[in-house]
Design a protein around this ligand. Structure first.
Ligand SMILES: Nc1nc2c(ncn2[C@@H]2O[C@H](COP(=O)(O)OP(=O)(O)OP(=O)(O)O)[C@@H](O)[C@H]2O)c(=O)[nH]1
Ligand SMILES: [Mg+2]
Length: 307
């Protein structure tokens, strides 16, 4: 039997919303977090985590790569070993929270070494821990890609959601896009789960969501917009065509958020869910609905699909 369950609340007092921290770790993570649009997510406390070689744009936690490599390579678990100076600094700077987003490109040194200890810290707080991870292009060196995979495995036990964005899929959208523009496109998509989940999730949802995501190894994302007649359906159909969903067809778990702009609401959201169920009849779903008039008269559907 499959289940479809609603979560979240469109409107909620501030204290019903989870306290939320986002860490942009290493070059890619810092790009994604420090972008103008990300800064407008005012209910999330955001930090760049990295080395001082680069000038930070927002609150900054300065770490040493050597410390993070030592932490990464230690055989002892986070709770059983003395923390490195840099880990202590991270722990001191960020207070406990209900929800953590860890945003990084896996495969680089700073992002790969630092993300597992941050995940362990978040998990030690019992927080809902969501990773948004870019993976290297197929054209990048093989060692880097292997390092990314190894890191993803290492992170697994501490993540509730590990959403993976293979950068190579960008080339499906536009093979001639210059690198900087290409990153701009994917970074906008990588931010959507933060924006969409945070517009709907309440503290009461967290334990259900944790259970719901428990056996999922990896999530992929699809997002789409619809306009005009049957805009909910159109948005879902576009979301299902996203290149990041392509690598699998046996999705078991779908977490979806419908964002309705002016005029839209429940009917569009239910239409959108029906399209997903028709496409994947065997998935279990949890979904939420939020309002955001900044998308004008459109509806957006964001799908986190898990295997
Ligand atoms: N989506 C996306 N991916 C990026 C971006 N910048 C880099 N990457 C990818 O992320 C991977 C890791 O790169 P970085 O984040 O720059 O590496 P780092 O964590 O700073 O590590 P070091 O520079 O080696 O210390 C690369 O292999 C790229 O494919 C970005 O802005 N967006
Ligand atoms: Mg770097």
């Amino acid at each position: 039997m499959t289940s479809v369950k609603r979560f979240g609340a469109e409107v909620a007092d501030e204290e019903r919303r989870p306290s939320t921290i986002a860490l942009g770790i290493g070059g890619a993570g810092r790009n994604i977090i420090s972008d103008i649009e990300a800064k407008s997510l005012s209910n999330i406390r955001m930090y760049e985590v990295g080395t001082s070689e680069r000038v930070p744009d927002i609150s900054f936690i300065n770490i040493s790569k050597d410390d993070m490599r030592d932490a990464y390579e230690s055989d002892l678990s986070f709770n059983k070993r003395p923390l490195t100076k840099s880990e202590k600094k991270i722990k001191r700077r960020i207070r406990e929270a209900d929800l953590f987003y860890l945003v990084a490109g896996l495969g680089g040194e700073t992002g790969s070494w630092s993300t597992p200890p941050c995940a362990a810290l978040s998990s030690s707080y019992g927080a809902f821990t969501v990773g948004l991870f870019a993976k290297p292009f197929e054209s990048e060196n093989i060692e880097r890609r292997k390092f990314a995979d190894r890191t993803q495995k290492k992170l697994q036990k501490d993540m509730d959601i590990a959403a993976v964005f293979p950068n190579s899929k960008l080339l499906d959208i536009n093979p001639h896009l210059p690198m900087k523009k290409a990153f701009g496109v994917i970074n906008t998509i990588m931010r959507l789960p933060m924006e969409d989940l945070n517009g709907v999730i309440t503290k009461d949802d967290i334990s259900d969501l944790k259970k719901f995501c428990r056996d999922v190894e990896e999530f992929r994302i699809g997002a789409g917009y619809g306009k005009g007649r049957e805009r909910g359906k159109r948005a879902s159909k576009e979301a299902l065509r996203s290149p990041w969903l392509e690598d699998f067809d046996d999705y078991k778990t779908v977490l979806a958020v419908v964002t309705s702009g002016e005029g839209g609401g429940e009917i569009e959201a239910e239409d959108a869910m029906e399209v997903i169920q028709n496409e994947w009849p065997d998935v279990n779903m949890m979904w939420g609905l939020r309002k955001d008039t900044s998308i004008e008269d459109r509806t957006r559907v964001t799908i986190l699909a898990g295997v």
